[in-house]
Design a protein around this ligand. Structure first.
Ligand SMILES: Cc1ncc(COP(=O)(O)O)c(C=O)c1O
Length: 489
């Protein structure tokens, strides 16, 4: 039998780490230097990729080879040609925080286990509450993603607005609770409702207008109608912005309705809350400061790796309403100032990565201004791209973008195309673009029709990149029209 201690000493050897670590930092720095001209989406068939990674396992490898393979074959969010989903290129400094966290392996559930993370988390929440114009009473914590953040905030809404008793202990009983949300909201709101056991009736989807914003004039009639049907309204959820189009609900009107109807007001700002930092776009978030709870993903528009999500409560103590559990071995029922550092009482997670380090490091080493610069820059790219689309005879905008998400489609002015043909052609040219060129964009459906969708998260994407991407789409579209013998008008 192998000597386990000797074998493990090899796994943990500082000198082995030093060599592999220096190599890795060089590899990553080279990667970052080369990625501006990289193919964003080095496409591979999943079966081929699976086989390749099985082969590595079968043959063994070195850390250098492993990291090199991994870097080369992943989606490259640092490439300016990346214009796909709402995932930002993390600032390299934040990756160094993850490296350090990976060794320290602290957990912020209780102070003793993650003291540095706990204090940084408090500071990050305080700083961002101020940067986002939230009330001085604001408190909160960080969690693993917007999906979990929304669920956690809605659990607090449930506790706060439950008519009688404690649903945490007694369950939903005969009550039929519901919330109201833009039909365009992210699916995680629906998921949170189902997890809480409210069923399908628990989500009342309110239709959106032609800008995909919630039609606020339909909200109070819907609340009255739900009450008449025997449902118990608990919350209104505002989207800032929506996932598909980045549209911002009218938060001030939603806040006023929630106040009038005595409902909890939650804002899903996973993507768009940081848009508040852009002076030209700040107005889109008017009313956000009146939300009882708000979530924001730092990994979408604030330069951190996923998952890094802030959950903010206007009344900081509301954060303690979410989970009413006794766990004597870990958590006490103390609500004192001291207990603020034992974050596990308020979060879904027990062991939780000290994610605040990422945001804190940017604040500490670059200052808060860098967050604003990032948002202003990516919004400007979105606006410029929208202008280019508007002026292009072969494309049309789905709507004027509110931020860095732009939806558009290929619609050559001189061709007679049915709605279905347009859908097909747009889906096909997108597939071709992401497999045959360096560009990566995604698609969505708006009013049942296929649209191409860009989210500009890379601050180094320039007009030359977007213009070239459009050129590819145009020539692919033309070739398809010719192939299908679609007549010109
Ligand atoms: C508006 C909105 N809310 C929530 C989420 C889910 O966030 P996460 O992926 O961090 O769980 C997303 C993700 O795209 C989103 O766009």
């Amino acid at each position: 039998m192998k000597d386990a201690a000797a074998s493990l000493a090899n796994v943990y050897a500082p000198e082995t780490f030093r060599v592999a670590g220096h190599q890795l930092i060089d590899q990553i720095a080279d990667y970052l230097a080369s990625v501006p001209t990289a193919v964003a989406n080095p496409v591979q068939d999943p079966a081929d990729l699976l086989a390749a990674y099985r082969e590595v396992l079968a043959n063994g490898t070195s850390p250098e080879m492993l990291f090199s393979k991994y870097l080369a074959e992943s989606l490259h969010v640092h490439a300016p040609a990346y214009m796909g989903h709402q995932v930002n290129p993390p600032a390299p400094l934040t990756a160094l925080c993850d490296l350090t966290n990976g060794i320290i392996n602290g957990s912020t559930a209780i102070y003793e286990m993650g003291r540095t993370g706990a204090v940084m988390e408090r500071i990050v929440i305080e700083q961002f509450a101020e940067l986002l114009g939230l009330a001085p009473t604001t408190g909160g914590f960080m969690t693993n993603g917007g999906t979990l953040g929304n669920l956690t905030a809605l659990l607090a809404a449930r506790a706060a607005k439950w008519p009688a008793g404690d649903p945490w202990q007694a369950g939903n009983g005969d009550l039929r609770p519901c919330l109201f949300v833009n039909e365009q909201a992210h699916y995680c709101i629906d998921r949170a409702v189902k997890i809480m056991g409210w069923g399908t009736a628990g989500v009342v989807n309110i239709p959106s207008d032609d800008q995909f914003r919630i039609r606020t004039e339909l909200l109070e009639p819907a609340i009255a109608e739900a009450r008449a049907r025997g449902l118990t309204p608990i919350a209104i959820v505002g989207s800032a912005g929506t996932t598909s189009t980045g549209s911002f609900d009218d938060l001030a009107t939603l806040a006023a309705i929630a106040e009038r109807q005595q409902l909890w007001f939650h804002v899903d700002g996973a993507h768009g809350a940081p848009v508040y930092l852009d002076p030209e776009r700040r107005h889109l978030l008017a009313g956000m400061e009146r939300a009882d709870s708000l979530i924001m993903d730092f990994h979408k528009m604030q330069m951190t790796p996923g998952l890094t999500t802030g959950v903010f409560f206007r009344k900081g103590t509301d954060a303690y309403r979410t989970f009413h559990q006794q766990a004597d071995y870990l958590l006490s029922f103390d609500t004192s100032e001291e207990d603020q550092y034992n974050i596990g009482r308020r979060t879904f997670e027990c062991t939780k990565n000290m994610m605040s380090f990422r945001v804190y490091s940017l604040l500490a080493c670059y200052g808060a201004e860098v967050f604003r610069e990032y948002v202003v820059r990516v919004n400007a790219i979105g606006r410029q791209f929208a202008r280019d689309i508007r002026l292009h005879p072969d494309f049309e905008l789905a709507l004027e973008p509110d931020c860095n998400i732009v939806c558009f489609r290929y619609r050559p002015a001189q061709s007679a195309l049915s709605a279905t043909e347009l859908d097909d052609i747009n889906a096909m040219i997108r597939a071709q673009l992401v497999t045959e060129t360096s560009y990566y964009i995604v698609q969505t459906r708006l009013h049942q029709r296929v649209y191409l969708r860009c989210t500009f998260t890379n601050p180094f994407t320039e007009g030359e990149h977007t213009q070239e991407m459009l050129k590819h789409l145009t020539s692919m579209g033309k070739a398809l029209l010719e192939f299908r013998k679609i007549p010109l008008l």
